[in-house]
Design a protein. Structure first.
Length: 91
């Protein structure tokens, strides 16, 4: 399922670590936004990473699941790709 992950991390080290971690799950479409095609297991891994590595008192991570009906309504203005435009194969 397509999942949108947004974050606001206060510490540069934690920010860079989270960014590198999320690269394994999706495409960075804006500075603090990832679009991912992931399952519930991956979402649990991301939530566990956040719980174990972020300062929940100061940092914020939001995970939005986007249904298949809604993904077709996403409007893109300007440059960039949607995850659904990528052609990839899982090995």
């Amino acid at each position: 399922m397509i999942t949108l992950i947004t974050y606001d991390i206060t510490d540069p080290k934690r920010l860079n670590n989270l960014r590198r971690f999320l690269l394994d799950y999706g495409l960075r479409t804006q500075k603090s936004v990832f679009e991912c095609d992931i399952d519930d297991i991956a979402i649990r891994r991301i939530r566990a990473y956040c719980r174990d590595n972020l300062d929940i008192g100061n940092d914020s991570v939001r995970i939005y699941k986007i249904c298949s009906r809604c993904i077709n309504k996403v409007v893109l203005s300007g440059q960039g790709l949607k995850v659904t435009q990528l052609d990839y194969m899982v090995l």
